[in-house]
Design a protein around this ligand. Structure first.
Ligand SMILES: NC(=O)C1=CN([C@@H]2O[C@H](COP(=O)(O)OP(=O)(O)OC[C@H]3O[C@@H](n4cnc5c(N)ncnc54)[C@H](OP(=O)(O)O)[C@@H]3O)[C@@H](O)[C@H]2O)C=CC1
Ligand SMILES: CC(C)(CO)C(=O)C(=O)O
Length: 335
């Protein structure tokens, strides 16, 4: 007797999302529909090519269904889970309206995205739905529909503390997702404390992502060139202090764990890939929110603050290039 597969909608088939869709299809318990934009034509014709440290060389991967938009995906629903694996850039737009047409009473929304404070708008818009956190340690990029997956997929999935949907139900929904995502090649576990896990991950992202994006070097070169000791360790210590002020006590050894987590490759963090691709970066959720919490709680964080200010300038440069911001023809000067 064949068991009906769980229907999953994926928005954001980049480095992380495509490996997530592959992991789910490979595990065999779900049927994934991916909404593709820039990759739509190439992938419908040829599929994604994948070079994966977990799954090997895959010449052509297509999920069960491919759709051009969320509206177009509805014919493959209703969906039990919607995975949001886009870059989180709230200053230019939100995903809540994008996913809304596919959200029904029984849909769980899983945010597999870096950063802190990413869930507020989704929980406000869908107060009765389970909203789950996915924190991924993986190294994966998508360049022109080719996925280069360099560091093993390790995913923690938990319930956002502020998600008021009936707790037991939400936990069960979360544990089911862990079960259908897990396979013999990856690691996926239930996350007991989303807040702790997100602050822990931020130790890497707020520092290494930011400095690599600003300097244009990967994390290996940053260390060889001296920046890890001169900047990263100090900025990481600040993240620990800010997390503490927010009620999360991280162990000191997380600093060395994160610094060593890309060994032995010259690894380009996702924010550096954004710079290379001319894309917007996750400045506010990775850097801005931490700096705002530091300010609110009176924690000194000069390194994080400077990194944030520099990232904001780079972000505006990208926004101008993309036509999202217009600089006055005549330079405004103080009168
Ligand atoms: N890359 C990594 O190794 C890691 C990344 N992360 C986190 O995972 C998340 C995803 O990152 P990553 O995979 O690198 O991102 P990518 O930039 O590789 O991919 C994002 C994808 O989202 C798509 N997208 C954006 N908006 C929409 C939309 N409205 N509808 C459909 N598709 C959309 C983009 O499509 P299009 O091309 O059309 O713009 C793109 O394919 C981020 O929060 C990141 O911080 C976490 C751990 C590691
Ligand atoms: C920590 C790391 C490098 C991989 O999980 C990441 O989150 C990123 O590239 O943004």
């Amino acid at each position: 007797m064949s068991v009906e597969k769980t229907k999953i909608l994926l928005i954001g088939s980049g480095g992380v999302g495509t490996i997530a869709s592959y992991a789910l299809e490979y595990a065999g318990k779900s049927e994934v529909t991916s909404v593709l934009r820039s990759d739509y034509n190439k992938v419908t014709e040829k599929g994604f090519s994948i070079d994966s440290c977990d799954y090997g060389q895959i010449d052509s991967f297509r999920p069960s269904h491919i759709a051009k938009s969320v509206e177009d995906s509805l014919r493959y629903g209703p969906f039990e889970y919607i995975l949001v694996v886009t870059k989180s850039v709230p200053e230019v737009g939100s995903m809540v309206d994008v996913i809304a047409p596919a959200v029904s009473d029984n849909t769980a929304i899983v945010l597999i995205q870096n950063g802190i404070g990413i869930e507020g708008e989704v929980i406000t818009k869908f107060p009765k739905n389970a909203v789950l956190s996915g924190v991924s340690m993986i190294g994966s990029s998508n360049i022109d529909s080719h996925i280069n997956h360099e560091a093993p997929d390790s995913l923690k999935v938990g319930v956002f503390e502020s998600n008021k949907a009936v707790k037991d139900v939400t936990q069960a929904v979360c544990k089911k997702f862990v079960e259908i995502y897990s396979n013999d090649k990856n690691s996926c576990v239930y996350d007991e404390s989303v807040k702790f896990t997100r602050w822990r991950k931020l130790v890497y992202n707020a520092t290494l992502n930011s400095v690599c994006a600003i300097t244009g070097v990967d994390s290996g070169r940053l260390e060889v060139f001296g920046g890890t000791d001169s900047i990263i360790r100090k900025a990481m210590r600040e993240v620990l202090a800010v997390a503490k002020s927010d009620g999360v006590e991280l162990p000191e050894d997380v600093i060395d764990f994160m610094i060593r987590s890309d060994d032995p490759v010259y690894y380009a963090p996702s924010m550096l890939i954004d710079v290379h691709k001319g894309n917007l970066m996750e400045v506010e959720v990775i850097s801005g929110n931490a700096v705002r919490i530091a300010e609110k709680n009176g924690v000194s964080a000069p390194y994080l603050t400077l990194l944030y200010e520099l990232l904001k300038v780079i972000q505006k440069k990208t926004m101008e290039k993309k036509g999202l911001l217009t600089v006055p023809k005549e330079r405004p000067v103080p009168k």
